[in-house]
Write a protein that binds this ligand. Structure first.
Ligand code: NDP
Length: 401
């Protein structure tokens, strides 16, 4: 029988919800492009409820215990004395979410000799040292597409929020003011602006599609070019390098995975190529950017605004400079964990576990590493190597209280 360790974020501070703002979720059968939503044989949760926090348990306890497996659920994931670290020695499966990542470094993988499956309840498995997983024969899988549209919606919201100066304007109202001039001295229209995405995968393309009706000029950089008919349909301008694209964009959004090729892609020299007053929205991964270079670019006015929900490490220590830098619209890592998204990724985790325990193949599109090599979606979008360096800093969040 297997021991499954599941690392989830904490419950709400005022307790696990007893009721919800809405009674149902829209019914969606397929993702754009035709991929089916998760197809587990059964689920043991109510769609639209909080599944991603500790008490929600991704709806897995009944299923796993009925098969005789052990399920340990914890939010205590950082530091040598954490529950995760203590439970690793005989864990066969570790499940975690990018929002509250169980960093599976090479050291931790070495401490888990029985580990066979690192399962990401969401998308993005950079919190696992993929090189160590390759070398140790650990399978890494994620629930591809489960929250790509959730994130695309968030990107559009953040672009509009920054360009139109929404958050500071809202704060004037809360403070009791009516300071129209204060609000609008940083407020513009997106119409006619040039927006570019680094990567036009599931999220990047969905962002472009959603921005088209705003009459923005659309640009992208990706290693693989989109089909010509999509470029024509959206009037897309492809750039051969990131450098080439950022020079002409008023708004840049990052939508590629974090792996050794993309780590710190947006650094001081790259930011110097941006138009003065550009906006940068990053809901992909914090480490795609050089943390301090972003803060300096905002202070100097090179960037007019920065927004996103991804940090490094996570949770971000209280003294992380992105909490205090000017003109930012940061949130904790939430864009891919709306209640709608949780329903899909909890079902996807269940599907993957059913396949695992029944010795059926996991869908190819869910695989990142398998059989000692990058596989499935991982072979297409990642490069081998490790992007977890520095993740031990996450322990500072709890230590600081
Ligand atoms: P996809 O796999 O559909 O898209 C990723 C794209 O990134 C692919 O088109 C890939 O290009 C491209 N890419 C990979 N490496 C590079 C590179 N070096 N330069 C440029 N492009 C590159 O994934 P999604 O769109 O669904 O998700 C993208 C990322 O967004 C995830 O990996 C994750 O990090 C993040 N994410 C964040 C969430 C959140 O809650 N904030 C939730 C979900 C995802 P190609 O395949 O052509 O090489």
């Amino acid at each position: 029988m297997a021991k499954v360790v599941c690392v989830l974020y904490d419950d709400p501070i005022d307790g696990f919800p007893q009721s919800y703002a809405r009674d149902d979720l829209p019914k969606i059968d397929r993702y754009p492009g035709g991929q089916t939503l998760p197809t587990p044989k059964a689920i043991d949760f109510q769609p639209g409820t909080l599944l991603g926090s500790v008490s929600g348990e991704l709806g897995l306890r009944k299923y796993l215990e009925s098969l005789g497996h052990t399920l340990v659920v914890t939010s205590d994931k950082d530091g040598a004395d954490s529950v995760l670290e203590r439970e690793l020695h005989d864990a066969e499966i570790v499940i975690s979410q990018p929002f509250w990542p169980a960093y599976l470094t090479a050291e931790r993988i070495a401490k888990a000799p029985k580990l066979k499956l690192a399962l990401t309840a969401g998308i993005g498995s950079d919190h696992v040292d993929l090189q160590a997983a390759i070398d140790s024969g650990v399978t890494v899988a994620e629930v591809t597409y489960c929250n790509s549209i959730s994130v695309a919606e968030h990107v559009v919201m953040m672009i509009l929020g920054l360009v139109r100066n929404y958050i500071p304007s809202h704060q004037w109202v809360v403070k009791g003011g009516w300071n129209i001039a204060d609000c609008v001295t940083r407020s513009y229209d997106v119409e006619g602006m040039h927006v570019g995405t680094v990567a036009a995968g599931r999220i990047g393309l969905a962002v472009l599609r959603r921005l088209k009706p705003f009459d923005m000029h659309l640009h992208y950089y990706d290693r693989h070019r989109l089909p010509a008919e999509i470029e024509r349909e959206l009037n897309l301008h492809w750039h051969p390098t990131v450098e080439d694209m950022v020079k002409v964009c008023d708004v840049v959004t990052l939508n590629c995975p974090l792996h050794p090729e993309t780590e710190h892609m947006i650094n001081e020299p790259m930011l110097k190529l941006f138009k003065r007053g550009a906006y940068l929205v990053n809901t992909a991964r914090g480490k795609l950017c050089d943390r301090d270079a972003i803060a300096r670019a905002l202070e100097a006015g090179q960037l007019a605004g920065y927004a996103g929900d991804v940090w490094f490490p996570q949770p971000a220590p209280k003294d992380h400079p992105w909490r205090a830098m000017p003109h930012h619209g940061m949130t904790p890592h939430i864009s891919g964990t709306s209640l709608s998204a949780q329903t899909r990724y909890a079902a996807g985790v269940r599907e993957i576990l059913e396949c695992w325990f029944e010795k059926r193949p996991i869908r190819d599109e869910y695989l990142i590493v398998d059989g000692g090599r990058l596989a499935g979606a991982g072979a297409h979008s990642y490069s081998a190597g490790n992007a977890t360096g520095g993740s031990e800093e996450a322990a500072k969040f709890r230590k600081a209280g």
